[in-house]
Design a protein around this ligand. Structure first.
Ligand SMILES: NC(=O)c1ccc[n+]([C@@H]2O[C@H](COP(=O)([O-])OP(=O)(O)OC[C@H]3O[C@@H](n4cnc5c(N)ncnc54)[C@H](OP(=O)(O)O)[C@@H]3O)[C@@H](O)[C@H]2O)c1
Length: 320
């Protein structure tokens, strides 16, 4: 327990969309929120725009697309003297239209670095802080998505995620390699692959650390939050049609506000305590839809792959 007797949660990417509304919902639940964001001024304006009280949040800089920045964030967080009671790995980029891969300062492909490797390093470093917390119900939550799972309609649309045998990671993941399976660069697949890695990471954290630490590790798909800026790099026409399609055809649409409330429940409510679970909501639009623990995709429930991903990711981020 830290700030004014309130428990503290770190939320990555709290400057917009799901992360921002989760920050709001967590503040409403009486938590102190550390908004881990790459644009401090934007985060501050965003917090005020949704009415988060000034004494309920702190903004600390992180660029998940840079491993040095992740390390610096952890140092800055520790220097703040707060204890850590929950961590939400939420930030992500989706750049469906780029033709060539962008690179992190380390030379790794940027979507996989931001969405998976940066969070993988953050989780490993902050595990120590979560272990030290005296809060009774510590949780580490990583955002998943339906597109990780070809067993669901939203996951059937090509290109489907495929981590292969992680050849790209095994070969160092630097130029000319840009995909985890070592194959040709495909930006949409890079996003979906990274989200499979998020679920595998959650499951491997659970396997390695739940029994020994008591920390609950979970993931979730809150529904299709079709109006967040995640789709800002898509064609303008797509951005117009996608929410309507999700509202009236698939029924998968949820508002940003509702997605934030769902994520906050998974972080803090007693009924979402089950470690290793991936939470989902039945035909997702309605607020009163019941949540359930959903089976993850065949790749995401492959224990051997989870272990191999862990080992290779640890090497790439320099903690092996
Ligand atoms: N939207 C959906 O339908 C949906 C569905 C299921 C799951 N999700 C998941 O929900 C999460 C949030 O997505 P969203 O829809 O809320 O998208 P969003 O509105 O674009 O929010 C993404 C957040 O991540 C931050 N971010 C991006 N790159 C970063 C970096 N290098 N370092 C630090 N922060 C960075 C962004 O910061 P800036 O404000 O500076 O850009 C923003 O705050 C993602 O994990 C996504 O996979 C989304």
């Amino acid at each position: 327990m830290a700030q004014n007797g309130k428990p503290t949660v770190i939320i990555t990417g709290a400057s917009s969309g799901v992360g921002l509304y989760t920050a709001k919902a967590m503040a409403n639940k009486g938590w102190h929120v550390v908004m881990a964001c790459r644009d401090l001024a934007k985060a501050e304006t965003a917090a005020q725009s949704v009415g988060i009280p000034k004494d309920s949040y702190t903004v600390i800089h992180i660029d998940l697309g840079s491993l040095d920045s992740v390390r610096q964030f952890v140092n800055n967080f520790r220097a703040s003297g707060k204890s850590l009671d929950a961590l939400l790995c939420n930030a992500a980029i989706y750049m469906p239209l780029i033709k060539e891969p962008l690179r992190s300062p380390e030379g790794y492909e940027l979507t996989m670095t931001t969405n998976h490797l940066g969070h993988f390093l953050l989780c490993n470093l902050l595990l120590e802080d979560l272990k030290k917390s005296t809060y009774g119900d510590r949780r580490l939550v990583i955002l998943g998505t339906v597109t990780h799972n070809p067993d669901e309609l939203g996951g059937k649309i090509p290109p489907r995620p495929d981590l292969g045998n992680l050849e790209g990671f095994a070969d160092g993941f630097k130029e000319p390699i840009s995909m985890i399976d070592g194959k040709k660069f495909e930006p949409v697949k890079a996003y979906k692959d990274s989200k499979v890695c998020n679920v595998l990471t959650m499951r491997e954290l659970h396997r390695r650390y739940h029994d020994v630490t008591g920390i609950a590790f979970t993931s979730l798909y809150p529904g299709c939050v079709a109006e967040t800026p995640l789709f800002r790099n898509h064609y303008p026409l797509f951005q117009k049609i996608f929410p309507l399609f999700q509202k009236y055809i698939t029924g998968g649409y949820v508002s940003q506000e509702l997605s934030g409330e769902r994520v906050a429940s998974v972080i803090a409510d007693p009924e979402y305590k089950q470690s290793g679970a991936y939470w989902s909501w039945g035909n997702r639009q309605k607020k009163d839809r019941k949540s359930f623990v959903q089976k993850v995709s065949p790749q995401a429930r492959d224990d051997e792959k989870a272990e191999k991903l862990w080992d290779l990711s640890a090497k790439l981020v320099g903690i092996a």
